[in-house]
Design a protein around this ligand. Structure first.
Ligand SMILES: Nc1ncnc2c1ncn2[C@@H]1O[C@H](COP(=O)(O)OP(=O)(O)OP(=O)(O)O)[C@@H](O)[C@H]1O
Ligand SMILES: [Mg+2]
Length: 255
């Protein structure tokens, strides 16, 4: 099963991605955790120690491997074989294999065609060739997905908080996702403090698109201020419910 998580900045994508990945990792052999957001905070949220996380290079910066896989002449391959990169260069943490993608590179005069082709090949390998569980923490732009790779995504989870802006973004992301050919887009509400806020989110989406509403938790906020692992104690029940719905909607999870 391949899951992508998107939504407006700061709504809680990384927090929810980490909580879900940790939950999946308790019952599955391997979960690929992909940080596809250039600001990169998923490692800390998963409990990877800060000093280790700091040393984890985004794959787009792995010059040697890129040269080895892509060739360094004028011409380069458009279909590099990268399946071993996923095994050899992901960081193992419990049952989690963590990978930082890094952002798609754009330069003024410089061409980053090699880097970007390499990234695209990795994403394609993860989403289309593997049977494992993959969870990708993305930005609102979902720029790492293309028309080709998006069909590998079984479900895109869009996170919203009780704000009009985050809901507008959710509708935009839903349109983008549909254009790319992503099969299913579902919504999760987050950081909800009051019944009124809950109502606001409930009224913003058709019931069948909303998988659950996660309450605001001081423990979560405090842990992130210390760059610690996401604590699940306040959100356990609703997280289990969301996980169950994801598994049902995305057609089961490999063991
Ligand atoms: N349920 C929650 N209760 C309290 N605080 C939360 C909750 N979910 C997320 N937060 C806090 O909100 C902040 C933003 O969360 P997070 O980094 O997960 O969002 P994001 O969408 O990944 O942000 P970005 O767009 O910057 O990647 C963090 O400080 C996090 O601890
Ligand atoms: Mg994030």
């Amino acid at each position: 099963m391949k899951l992508a998580i998107s939504g407006k900045g700061g709504v809680g994508k990384t927090t929810i991605a980490a909580a879900l990945i940790k939950s999946f990792a308790r019952t599955h052999h391997t979960v690929y955790a992909v940080d596809a957001d250039p600001d990169a905070s998923l490692a800390a949220a998963l409990g990877i120690p800060e000093e280790v996380a700091r040393g984890l290079k985004p794959v787009v910066e792995m010059k040697e491997i890129i040269r080895e896989k892509m060739g360094d002449g004028t011409f380069f391959t458009l279909n590099p074989r990268v399946d071993d990169v996923l095994d050899n260069y992901s960081y193992r943490h419990r049952n989690i294999r963590f990978l930082r993608m890094g952002g798609i590179k754009r330069g003024g005069t410089e061409c980053y065609c090699r880097e970007n082709t390499f990234l695209a090949a990795l994403i394609s390998s993860l989403l289309l060739d593997r049977d494992e569980l993959v969870v990708m923490d993305m930005g609102a732009g979902i720029e790492h997905l293309s028309r080709g790779t998006a069909r590998g995504v079984d479900l895109m989870l869009v996170v919203v908080e009780p704000s009009r802006l985050s809901i507008n973004t959710a509708y935009l992301v839903t349109e983008l996702a549909a254009d790319l050919g992503i099969q299913k887009v579902r919504v999760v509400g987050n950081k909800v403090r009051t019944p009124k806020e809950r109502e606001f989110i409930l009224n913003s989406f058709p019931a069948e698109r909303l998988l659950g509403i996660i309450p605001f938790s001081n423990h979560i906020l405090e842990a992130s201020q210390e760059k610690g692992e996401v604590p699940e104690e306040d959100i356990e029940n609703v997280l289990d419910e969301i996980r169950e719905k994801i598994e049902k909607e995305a057609g089961g999870v490999p063991s």
